[in-house]
Design a protein around this ligand. Structure first.
Ligand SMILES: Cc1cc2nc3c(=O)[nH]c(=O)nc-3n(C[C@H](O)[C@H](O)[C@H](O)COP(=O)(O)OP(=O)(O)OC[C@H]3O[C@@H](n4cnc5c(N)ncnc54)[C@H](O)[C@@H]3O)c2cc1C
Length: 349
């Protein structure tokens, strides 16, 4: 089949890879001026900014049973997918940690109780003694309670996004950059070109434009801000979430002692630079759990928009000639492979 994909973000790249592997002829259109990261398009995909945590259990604080099941399935799929990209090991599954300071233990226990009630018996949070926590992650100092979520991990997002693009190219995917799609309908993409709009016909189209799918979907952007730090004195193997009544803060490792600290969650489509308030709140909270971050260098800060639907749940709608996937919100890396698998099964592609 001849397939048209609107959006070359996370979903668009995964779809292109799977569909071209299955022998289809695939063309992908994106508003960004190139494969990224950091194209000057004003539409840069949320995928580039994400911390890449794969947290089916921790995300149960907001997600439902379907998000949990899709997340577990994606955790199985990511190692398979990334092993075909020629980018080395970019998925890591050593578990993730929830930690809390003494003053916040009551709120943390309530939050963990909610996860225990929603997760199945196989995926329960495991309480850690201070000794075990120290043995697992010596750089964590200060929190008095900790839980391990053994099935969780993270993916290195930049290497994966670049690897998906390069592998698509090797599989003859045609990437069209700087080509915003104005409308996606059954078998047709209306693609902006100099001086007008071109209607392009396909056997099937996928609309995966994230926040850019408006007005065809009631999607909104939820602002998130992150920091990239370099701290040669800090060792951290697992993503760490500090359970704090006011801030939701996490630290996710990257190779060579780099760390992503995130993330604010603000109901605004403001893509302007990171605010002083977020800087103070997130970095102080991260430092309170990892004192070694005090000498870290702030390498980069970034803000972006998570694509979310009114109920904050993902949507996958398949009709004749057109499939839309959107609303991956704050767990797109967690959900995308399993949603793509579900979509392609439903279409027998
Ligand atoms: C700060 C932050 C932290 C996050 N952390 C995590 C995390 O730890 N774990 C996790 O699972 N998820 C996380 N996420 C969420 C995740 O990044 C998103 O859910 C995911 O990227 C959504 O994928 P997508 O393909 O739907 O959209 P995107 O990745 O946003 O891609 C959309 C693509 O469509 C293109 N586009 C837009 N408009 C048009 C148009 N008109 N025509 C053509 N192309 C267009 C864009 O240029 C872009 O390439 C985070 C997000 C943010 C912002």
């Amino acid at each position: 089949m001849h397939i048209g994909i609107a959006g070359a973000g996370l979903l668009g790249r995964l779809l292109a890879l799977q569909l071209s592997s299955a022998g289809h002829r695939v063309e992908v259109f994106d508003a960004a001026t190139g494969p990224g990261p950091r194209e000057l398009s004003g539409t840069e995909g949320a995928a580039w900014t994400a911390a890449g945590m794969l947290s089916p259990v921790a995300e149960l604080d907001r997600g439902n049973e379907d998000v949990f099941r899709l997340g577990l399935r994606s955790c199985e799929l990511w190692p398979e997918i990334t092993s075909t990209l020629g980018v080395g090991t970019v998925c890591h599954f050593d578990g993730s940690l929830l930690v809390a300071h003494r003053a916040d233990v009551g709120a943390a226990q309530r939050a963990v109780g909610l996860l225990e009630a929603k997760a199945d018996a196989q995926h329960q949070p495991q309480a850690l003694t201070p000794e075990i926590l120290r043995a697992l992650e010596p750089s964590i100092q200060g929190p008095s309670m900790a839980w391990l979520l053994p099935c969780e991990g993270y993916v290195e997002v930049h290497n994966t996004m670049q690897g998906l693009h390069a592998q698509g190219e090797r599989q003859s995917v045609q990437w069209h950059w700087g080509r915003p799609v104005q409308q996606a309908d059954a078998g047709v993409l209306k693609v902006a070109m100099q001086g007008g709009v071109e209607s392009m016909r396909f056997d099937h189209v996928f609309d995966v434009r994230g926040v850019g799918a408006r007005p065809q979907l009631p999607v909104r952007g939820v602002r998130g801000e992150v920091f990239l730090l370099h701290a040669p004195d800090v060792d951290l193997r697992r993503p760490l979430r500090l359970m704090h009544p006011r801030h939701s803060v996490y630290v996710v490792p990257r190779p060579d002692h780099y760390f992503v600290v995130g993330a604010s969650e603000i109901e605004s489509e403001d893509r302007s630079p990171v605010s002083l308030r977020t800087t103070l709140e997130l970095l102080s909270a991260a430092h309170s759990a990892l004192p070694g971050l005090v000498e870290a260098r702030v390498i980069h800060t970034e803000s972006n928009l998570r694509p979310a639907l009114p109920d904050n749940l993902p949507v996958l709608s398949t009709g004749a000639g057109c499939t839309r996937i959107n609303g991956l919100y704050r767990h797109g890396w967690l959900l995308a492979p399993a949603l793509v698998e579900r979509a392609l099964k439903a279409l027998s592609l």
